[in-house]
Design a protein around this ligand. Structure first.
Ligand code: HEC
Length: 126
């Protein structure tokens, strides 16, 4: 029994382990892109308080993923907002964040990269 068990466990893990490696690579790549593009000045991945214990400046990306879960049009809409910025008069995060609106990020990130980042953000719902 003690000889067989480890083999069974190793083979049962082999597929998820490969997927986890791919995920880790994408996580790292997207994390770097977000840092380079300045997103993480205002956003965290997991929910946490903002500066001075106030509400976060922008919504945590896991919360974004939860909010838009199952909405096929969200990726396109959010990519557009990331590039063009949001309107303070039409906040999707009213009373949940301290930032009034997101400024346009087109100076910091190219559209195809924003699209990739948004798709990754939307995959973060746990
Ligand atoms: C200066 C601060 C700031 C920066 C920099 C910033 N954001 Fe935002 N972001 C915000 C705020 C504030 C909101 C909430 C907007 C609202 O109230 O609807 C937001 C909202 C979002 C949303 C959700 C939009 C919605 O309508 O639900 C996404 C996705 C997002 N940001 C992604 C990004 C990405 C990707 C970057 C980097 C390229 C970025 N943000 C950079 C402040 C920022």
């Amino acid at each position: 029994m003690s000889l067989i068990r480890p083999i069974v466990i190793a083979s049962a893990l082999s597929i998820p382990a490969t997927a986890a490696v791919a995920d880790a690579k994408l996580d790292e790549e997207m994390g770097k892109l977000a840092a380079k593009s300045g997103c993480i000045t205002c956003h965290s991945i997991s929910p946490k308080p903002g500066p001075d214990g106030l509400k976060p400046i922008g919504p945590a990306w896991e919360d974004v993923a939860r909010k838009y879960r199952g909405q096929p049009k969200a990726a396109g809409m959010l990519t557009h907002l990331v590039m063009e910025g949001t309107s303070p008069y039409n906040s999707h995060w009213k009373d949940k964040v301290s930032g009034l609106a997101m400024p346009p990020n087109a100076v910091a990130i190219k559209e195809p990269d924003a699209r990739k980042l948004v798709k990754w953000i939307l995959s973060l719902a746990k």
